[in-house]
Structure formats: C-alpha cells, structure tokens
Design a protein around this ligand. Sequence first.
Ligand code: ADP
Ligand code: ADP
Ligand code: ZN
Length: 223
Amino acid sequence: MIAILLGPPGAGKGTQAKRLEEEHGIKQLSTGDMLRAAVARGSRVGKLAREAMEAGDLVSDQIVIQIIAERITEPDCANGFLLDGFPRTVAQAGALDAMLEDIGKRLDAVVEIAVPEDILVKRISGRISCADCGAVYNEYFDPPKEEGRCDRCGGTNLVRRKDDNPETVRQRLVAYREQTAPLLPYYDNKGLLKRVDGTQPIDKVAHDIDRALGVVGLAPPDC
Ligand code: ADP
Ligand code: ADP
Ligand code: ZN
C-alpha cells in the first residue's frame, strides 16, 4: 500500500505512522525525521535545510523531492510505504505523481488527520521524543509510564524539538494553511481523500485511520 498522512503540525501524523509501521508493517517515510537526521549529521542537505526548519518555513521543494525520489526506490519500500509530512506543497504532490508513474505504482489513499489550531498549539507545547529510538510522547496527553524514561527502549534521553517553540509553531501553522492545505482539494478531486477526526484519543484516531486504510485486523507481514 502507498498512502499519505496529511495534517497540520501536531496533528498526530508521526504517532500514527510509527504505530502503523509497528502493527501493520507499513514503512514510515517521514521527511521531517530525515531532514532532522541530515541536520544532526551536518550533511550538505542538512546545511541547506537547517535555517528554514528553525524559522518554521518549508524546506525547498527541490531538496525534499530529491530525498523522497531516492528513498522510495530502496528495497524496503518495494511493498509500499506511508508518507508522513510529504507532500507539503502542490509542487511536491505533482512530483510524487510523476515519481509513482515512473515506477509503475499508484497512490491508494490520503488520510487527513483534522485538528483545530488551539489544540495543535497545546499538543506541540507538550511534545517530547526519545533521542535514542524516536518514540514520541506528550507531557499532557501521552506521557511515558515512568517519568523521563522511554517505554520503548528504556533510554532516558527524552528531548524537545528545537522548532517546537511558540514563535516557530506560529510560522509552521501559517505554512500549513498557505502551502499544504491546498493539497486537500487536490486529493479530494482525485477521489483519494479520507478525513479522520484527530481530536479524539490516540487509540480512537488509530482505529479510524485503520478503517480508512482498510487495514483493520491485518497482521504485519512475516510476523
Ligand atoms: P505530527 O507528526 O503530526 O507533528 P505527533 O505525532 O508528533 O504529530 O503528535 C504531536 C504531539 O501530540 C505528540 O506529543 C503526541 O504525543 C501528541 N498526540 C498525538 N496524537 C494525539 C491525540 N490523538 N491526542 C492527544 N495527543 C496526541
Ligand atoms: P510537523 O509535522 O510536526 O510540523 P515535521 O517533522 O513533519 O513536523 O517537519 C519539521 C520541519 O521540517 C518543517 O517545519 C519543515 O521545515 C521541514 N519539512 C518536513 N517535511 C517537509 C516537506 N515535505 N517540505 C518542506 N519542508 C519540510
Ligand atoms: Zn526510546
């Protein structure tokens, strides 16, 4: 399956994509995670992306399109993948259409996780993630079982993202409204868009996404 999780910053895309990968074996491709890794490594892409990310602006289409074009042809994507945070502009969506056509594949579904802005701001202010394994938690809504320790890997390196500060979040919401929200009618016109109420508890959102993707009751492959 090839699917997209679409939604504003803080909607729960990463949380749900990681769960779908664990429960259903659908590979998560997060451009945000890839770009943060590039920044941390200090690679050429990282150097080009850093300033825009810290300002809450989008990184250039050219950079993210190239990252995704290379990534989806790797062997672990052969059975499908779930895009988290890509595409974010109409130009990226057009490039994705062309890439999929090139490799003879097509998009199965686009799931919008809809959440109003006041809730997003609160969620982002409480977001923490494990620097060792990438698991995401929330101080208010989804804390780790033991304070300061990752449930998944036991690590104690729970960190806040540099761009999760009020000023940058405001700019990220503007970027979503102006550049990403136009993708909703883009995919709706293709008959691919499904909308899920992202204000519900994590398990309920998960259930609705599984239903939208038609993966209810599917076990991960080879497990
Ligand atoms: P995104 O990838 O869309 O930016 P995340 O998955 O990182 O969003 O979620 C943002 C924050 O909100 C995280 O701290 C996460 O734990 C929390 N969160 C995710 N889904 C929900 C939900 N349904 N209800 C409450 N908090 C949530
Ligand atoms: P969130 O969904 O919580 O806003 P992401 O981790 O998806 O966060 O993205 C973090 C930042 O990385 C974005 O604010 C943007 O600067 C950059 N980024 C991620 N994906 C893209 C993309 N597809 N196009 C342009 N910039 C991107
Ligand atoms: Zn961890």
